[in-house]
Design a binder for this molecule. Structure first.
Ligand code: SAM
Ligand code: SF4
Ligand code: SF4
Length: 334
């Protein structure tokens, strides 16, 4: 297995299938920036599934066992089911996960299951329709997302829910969300608001720390930490003492976990990023589309790139963030 300069292997691959989305979450794609005149990637710029096949093959040789499909909104990418089928049956990927905003999940989930998808993570920031609608930038109430979650569970998926917590916006929803998903037996993961991209107005004051979130939960429930089952796990896991399930804290801002970061990310147009907070990616599409391209080149290229990796942004970030231009979350996929 290949390792980077800090001895971290490469086990997880995140593939962004499109930079487009049917929501405009304020912390990810604020509508003032991602409006009618925003220039998204053209479909022709997307890596074709056959090109992704070559990449996945090389990544598997390098140690990748898990693939997460994301975006933008991955359910907007035509041909998704067939692609998942290939990942499972051609590449024998052990663990295929999807991160989605859940809006179209109910109608799609049966086909996704049949194709071979293993896990689903659904993003939802509030149960209160006004707060949820404000945060998703489209005024959409959580009803469709909750139906998507129910449909996925009905298909037998173990669904997780991601909630980005922003001070003064949805911190009042921490307990209502915890109660609701505890009752349902669904793992809720609270994510600290991160300074990804350049447009979400991130400030340290707007981050609700994992510690504060935990205090709120403890004010109502008895909880205990769960041993990390894997050193690469990014969420700090807790279980409710009454046996009704778990929740997680993703504390990338206040308690970074760069030391266990074994993820590579590919944007929809085929750039490789070794950190969520990178400015530049390695252009794999031009390699894949070059005359005389031979897929044996990929292994060497990727292995060299990973071997030179030294990323640890979250360990060195400052309270004011970073003035460098960074890739957008909707482009790189979270
Ligand atoms: N559209 C899909 C969704 O929302 O689940 C997949 C892509 S989205 C970029 C992936 C994840 O990133 C979501 O769970 C979202 O909540 C999270 N995210 C986006 N912007 C974020 C930010 N500024 N801080 C923390 N998490 C963020
Ligand atoms: Fe779209 Fe997901 Fe970003 Fe929200 S978080 S704008 S759903 S890509
Ligand atoms: Fe990984 Fe970069 Fe996040 Fe650190 S800051 S955990 S290296 S993606």
């Amino acid at each position: 297995m290949v390792t980077d300069k800090r001895g971290r292997g490469l086990t997880d691959l995140r593939i962004s299938l499109t930079d487009r989305c049917n929501l405009r979450c304020t912390y990810c794609m604020p509508k003032e920036i991602f409006g009618a005149d925003y220039v998204f990637l053209k479909k022709n710029d997307w890596l074709r599934f056959s090109e992704l096949d070559d990449l996945v093959e090389a990544f598997v040789q390098l140690g990748v066992k898990k693939v997460r499909l994301t975006g933008g909104e991955p359910l907007l990418r035509p041909g998704l089911d067939k692609y998942i089928h290939g990942l499972k049956h051609l590449h024998k990927i052990e663990d295929i996960a999807l991160t989605t905003n859940g809006l179209r999940l109910a109608e799609r989930v049966g086909d996704l299951k049949e194709a071979g998808l293993d896990r689903v993570t659904v993003s939802l920031d509030a149960l209160d329709p006004v707060i949820a609608g404000k945060m998703n930038g489209r005024g959409i109430a959580p009803r469709a997302v909750l139906s998507g979650i129910a449909a996925a569970r009905h298909e037998g998926f173990q669904v997780k829910v991601n909630m980005v917590v922003e001070r003064g916006v949805n911190d009042g929803e921490i307990l209502p969300m915890a109660r609701y998903f505890k009752e349902l037996g669904v793992t809720l993961r609270f994510i600290e608001f991160m300074d990804v991209g350049n447009h979400n107005g991130w400030k340290m004051e707007r981050v609700v720390s994992g510690r504060e979130i935990l205090e709120q939960i403890k004010s109502e429930f008895q909880v205990e930490p769960v041993d990390l089952s894997s050193e690469h796990e990014v969420a700090k896991r807790y279980r409710y003492a009454d046996g009704s399930g778990e929740f997680g804290l993703i504390t990338s801002v206040t308690q970074p976990f760069c030391g266990g970061c074994t993820r590579a990310r590919i944007s929809a147009d085929g750039k490789l990023y070794t950190c969520l907070f990178a400015s530049q990616g390695l252009d794999l599409k031009s390699v894949l589309r070059a005359e005389g391209y031979d897929k044996s080149q990929l292994f060497d290229l990727l292995s060299k790139k990973w071997g030179a990796r030294d990323d640890r942004y979250s360990e060195v970030r400052t309270d004011v963030g970073d003035s460098r231009s960074k890739v957008e979350m909707s482009y790189i996929g979270g």
